[in-house]
Design a protein around this ligand. Structure first.
Ligand code: PLP
Length: 376
C-alpha cells in the first residue's frame, strides 16, 4: 500500500525513530530479574491464586461469553466485588475489563457540562484522554502541588456546579504520591468530589494492602475509587468503587466502556479475589519491599542519580536523554536484568528514565548489582 495515508503515517513514525522515541512491541525477553513487572507481591504464580483461576475455568469456561448486561456477569465477578467493597470501605461498585476503561468510564460519564475537573499534571493517560472527551471543563494542577490546587479551587468555586479532583495515589512513572490527608483537609474547606486511582498503591501501601488511602486513614473520604486488578492483584481487570450507588447505577446505564464490551473472563475475577486474600496477609512482604525501595533510592542518590525521595516500590532513574535511557536498559538486560526505558510522550520532554519496578522477589543483592551496573 503506497497511499497518502501510508505516507503520512510513515513520516510520523520516522520522526519518532529519528528522536529515538519509536515504540516497538517486543516479546518479553528471558531474564533473571524482572524489574519491569507490576506484579508487586509476586502473586501471579501463587498457588491459591492459580487454584482459584483453575476452578473458575472449569466451572465457567475460558471466557465470559457476553457483555455484562447480557449475562456475561457471573458469580465470580460478584464475589470479587464482595471482597473489594469492605476492603476499600465502599458500599457500591462495578468490575471493569481494564483500569484504562474504568478511568475512561468515570471521567467521561460522571462529570457534566456544568462541572470542572482538576487533574494532577502527571495523571495517567487514561484520565487525560477521558477528560478531553468529557462535557466538563478541565484544568491541570502542578504535580502534587496542593497550594496550586487550592488556588484553582478558590478561583473557580463559584463558576461550576460540581468540581472533581483526580489524582493517582502512587504515580506510575515517578513513584511519588500526594499527601492524601492534606488533600482531604482541602476537600473540607472547598468541597469537591475526590477521585483516586489506586493502581499502584493497592497491595503495597496500607496495613492490609488497601492502598495509600488506607495507609493515610482517609478511605472514607474518597468519593470514587478506581483500581486495576493487573498489578499487585496479579490478574487483569479493574474496579470502580463508591459509597454512592447512584454513581455506580449511572455507569451501568451510560458507560459504553462497560456496556458494549465482552466482560472480563470469570477466571480473571476469581484470581483477583484470591489475590486479595493473600495480599491482606502480606504485611511483612509489604514492609520489607518499602524499606528496600527507600534504601535503594538513597543509594542511587548518593551515586548521583536523579530519583525522588519517596519510599514506594516504583523507582525512576531519570536521565533526561532517551538514548541514555535505552543504553542503560540494554546494559542491564545484557546481565539478565529487565527494566523499562520510559521516554516521551509517556513522560514529559527531557525526562526519559529507567523505570525500576521493585517487587517482593527482589533481593538486596539484585539491587547492589543494579547499582554496580549503573555505575561501572
Ligand atoms: C495509574 C494507572 N491507572 C490506570 C492504569 C490502567 O490499568 P490497566 O492496566 O488495568 O488498564 C494504569 C496502568 O496500566 C496506571 O498506571
Amino acid at each position: 500500500m503506497d497511499t497518502p495515508l501510508e505516507h503520512r503515517l510513515q513520516q510520523e513514525l520516522d520522526r519518532r525513530r529519528q528522536n529515538n522515541l519509536l515504540r516497538r512491541l517486543e516479546v518479553a525477553p528471558p531474564c533473571r530479574v524482572n524489574l519491569s513487572s507490576n506484579d508487586y507481591l509476586q502473586l501471579r504464580s501463587d498457588a491459591a491464586v492459580l487454584d482459584a483461576a483453575h476452578a473458575a475455568l472449569e466451572e465457567y469456561g475460558a471466557g465470559s461469553g457476553a457483555s455484562p448486561l447480557l449475562y456475561g456477569n457471573t458469580p465470580c465477578h460478584e464475589r470479587l466485588l464482595t471482597a473489594l467493597k469492605p476492603w476499600k470501605r465502599k458500599t457500591a461498585g462495578l468490575v471493569f475489563n481494564t483500569g484504562f476503561m474504568a478511568n475512561q468510564a468515570v471521567l467521561k460519564h460522571v462529570p457534566g457540562a456544568n462541572d470542572l475537573v482538576l487533574v494532577d499534571r502527571l495523571i495517567h493517560h487514561s484520565v487525560i484522554q477521558a477528560v478531553l472527551q468529557s462535557p466538563a471543563d478541565y484544568k491541570r494542577y502542578v504535580h502534587l502541588d496542593l497550594n496550586h490546587l487550592e488556588d484553582l479551587l478558590n478561583k473557580h468555586r463559584n463558576d461550576y456546579e460540581t468540581i472533581f479532583v483526580v489524582t493517582e495515589s502512587v504515580f506510575s512513572m515517578d513513584g511519588d504520591y500526594p499527601d492524601l490527608k492534606a488533600l482531604v483537609a482541602l476537600k473540607k474547606r472547598h468541597p469537591f468530589v475526590l477521585v483516586l486511582d489506586e493502581a499502584h498503591g493497592t497491595g503495597v501501601f496500607g496495613p492490609t494492602g488497601g492502598g495509600l488511602a488506607e495507609e493515610m486513614g482517609v478511605l472514607d473520604e474518597i468519593d470514587i475509587l478506581v483500581g486495576t486488578l493487573g498489578k499487585a492483584l496479579a490478574s487483569m481487570g479493574a474496579y470502580v468503587l463508591s459509597s454512592s450507588q447512584t454513581v455506580i447505577d449511572h455507569l451501568v446505564n451510560h458507560s459504553g466502556e462497560f456496556i458494549y464490551s465482552t466482560y472480563l473472563a470469570p477466571a480473571c475475577a476469581a484470581a483477583a479475589e484470591a489475590a486479595i486474600g493473600r495480599v491482606q496477609a502480606m504485611q511483612a512482604e509489604r514492609q520489607s519491599l518499602r524499606e528496600r525501595a527507600a534504601t535503594f533510592r538513597h543509594a542511587l542518590t548518593q551515586k548521583g542519580w536523579t530519583t525522588h525521595a519517596f519510599d514506594s516500590q516504583i523507582v525512576p532513574v531519570v536521565v533526561g536523554d532517551p538514548d541514555r535511557a535505552l543504553a542503560l536498559r540494554d546494559r542491564l538486560l545484557a546481565q539478565g536484568i529487565l527494566t523499562a526505558a520510559v521516554r516521551p510522550p509517556t513522560v514529559p520532554p527531557n525526562s526519559s528514565r529507567l523505570r525500576l519496578s521493585l517487587h517482593s522477589g527482589v533481593t538486596q543483592e539484585h539491587l547492589d548489582e543494579v547499582l554496580e551496573l549503573l555505575n561501572p
